[in-house]
Design a binder for this molecule. Structure first.
Ligand code: ZN
Length: 313
């Protein structure tokens, strides 16, 4: 059985982490300072494990490298996307990721475009872009440390979506619970950390010069295309050069045709089941799975919302 791969990821404890991965999703977190759940990952020692079928117990990256057909023989060598849930009980630092060109030149790595699907039920906020419209003005404000004049804070509600293109200054703020889908890259430049000191009395390392170089003044807004049918509401959240993300809200039952090689799914709300050929699998919030190249159609039953991510690499 290789048509559906259920995945289990690893956790990362963070000084800003919390306990909502357990209280909201029942995940078995290591402590009440758990900041990240790397649900779908092929990165370093944070790789995900397959929970079912022929590859049960194997790592996602291992299977991705040996059974290329299962993923439609993709160009990308490492698994190209990383999908996380982030629980912030404090503000994260203000940061920016380089684009592919800068990351290749300075870090021998790939750039990072990411996106956020908001899961917090209570209102929270994020830093999303800048209040100024030129890079010169942005650098002036950074040099003068006029953070309030520079950073744009945006309120967030459950179901909101934000595309964070490489070069966009951003930060996750206290109270946020976020599904993050991103290019699998770890290059982050920290611009500002609220002058916080760690337990040893030190300021965290910043990367101000690299941040200034990486910053782009970008239009991140894409129009979200919504389609409402009888048993299904879909929202095309982004379709950028690296990935496509679609929200599918199912009411009662719906059958889908699958035209792409493989899709990653997160169950973000509700519960139900998925049927592929003659097999049916239960689905609940915080389940993550991949439908492989073997799947041409599937049906979903229940009242639930899925977020689907499709890599273009
Ligand atoms: Zn980021």
């Amino acid at each position: 059985m290789k048509n559906i791969l259920f995945l289990k990821g690893k956790f990362q404890e963070k000084i800003w982490g919390g306990d909502r991965l357990r209280t909201s999703y029942g995940l078995d977190i290591p402590s009440n300072k758990t900041g990240e759940y790397w649900a779908v990952s092929d990165m370093g020692n944070m790789d995900s494990t397959i929970l079912n079928g022929e590859y049960k117990g194997e790592q996602l990256g291992e299977v991705y490298r040996k059974d290329r057909e299962l993923f439609g023989n993709p160009k990308s060598r490492p698994f190209p996307l990383l999908v996380k849930i982030i629980d912030a009980s404090d503000d994260l630092s203000i940061q920016v990721h380089p684009g592919d060109e800068m990351a290749a030149r300075l870090e021998n790595a790939r750039g990072k475009t990411e996106c956020w699907y908001i899961l917090n039920e209570d209102k929270a906020s994020i830093i999303y872009g800048l209040k100024v419209d030129s890079k010169e003005k942005a650098i002036e404000l950074i040099d003068d440390r006029r953070w309030d004049d520079l950073l744009k804070e945006v309120p967030t509600n459950k179901g909101d979506f934000f595309l964070v293109k490489a070069g966009t200054v951003h930060a996750i703020k206290k109270g946020s619970l976020i599904l993050e889908i991103q290019q699998a890259s770890d290059i982050t430049y920290r611009l500002y950390d609220y002058d916080r000191i760690d337990k040893d009395g030190n300021l965290r390392e910043l990367h101000i010069e690299k941040s200034k170089e990486a910053i782009k003044i970008l239009e991140n807004k894409e129009e979200i295309k919504e389609e409402v049918g009888k048993n299904l509401k879909t929202r095309l959240l982004t379709n950028n050069e690296y990935f496509e993300v679609i929200e599918k809200s199912i009411i009662s039952e719906c059958t889908f045709t699958k035209n792409n090689p493989y899709s990653i799914f997160a169950v973000v709300d509700g519960e139900g089941s998925i049927r592929i050929c003659d097999d049916s699998y239960e689905l609940k919030e915080s389940d993550f799975f991949i439908l492989t190249n073997e799947v041409k159609s599937y049906s979903v039953k229940g009242n639930l919302t899925l977020v689907e991510a499709i890599s273009k690499e």
